[in-house]
Design a protein around this ligand. Sequence first.
Ligand code: AMP
Length: 280
Amino acid sequence: MQVVTRIAELRAQLEPFRRAGRTIGLVPTMGYLHQGHEALVRAARQECDVVVVSIFVNPLQFAPNEDFESYPRDSERDRAILSAAGTDFLFQPAVAEVYPRPLLTDVAVPELSRTLEGRTRPTHFQGVATVVLKLFHIVWPDKAYFGQKDGQQVAVVRRLCEDLDLPLELRVVPTVREQDGLALSSRNVYLSSEERRAAPSLHDALLCGREAALAGKEGQAVQAAMEERLRKEPRVRLDYAAVVDPDTMQPKSDLTGQVMLALAAYVGRTRLIDNLVLDL
Ligand code: AMP
């Protein structure tokens, strides 16, 4: 595995592969890797000739009161994981390489960014859209890999690609979970042991929502079923539970076709998100 920190060098390294007609897969991450990230890398390894993984904790997608500075980082461990998973290039730029001067350009999908996560994190998806578009232009991948764990991010990136005719295929990988249902997340490391025991209630709430949806309940009732399950867990404070269309992120009442059950909750001081997509 080659570790590259400069944009120009990565482009120079990838150019011969592109010219030779090799397909390039990109897996964007913020590091502190776990088996969820590994699933993305494995999918890229299976489907592409050249696998590029980026590790970049993107300051633009964190609000001033969020955990940019304290976001967990372990470069050595990440490199060992990526190397073992068959990564060809690790792109790990410094903040100054990606943002050498203040941006005067906005990249945003406001319509999909205001609801759900956007309520609590109003600038988050503009930061995501900006860095993802920059990474796409730096790497120029044939396929890019994202986790369903961040369902709204998938919707934003998909619409960005469609609206701007980006010539790449978006690949969405199912959420990898612990045995007790907790979705793997780099932020799980923040949980105390008691909080860790309470955290699977997010997934339990999604399962309660799914049960209600499969029983034919409407959106509001499904949302209420998720909320009720979380109210039973004193260590968990709900931010939102929602039943939405997975493309538009708009609330859905009549539950037919694709439906996304999404929630965010604080477990202690740690904010976790999770979702399930149902085909009804
Ligand atoms: P992050 O490093 O948190 O920005 O995540 C990088 C990518 O990994 C994103 O596309 C996430 O959706 C994906 N990801 C994070 N956690 C999981 C998980 N538990 N299962 C599958 N993909 C995940």
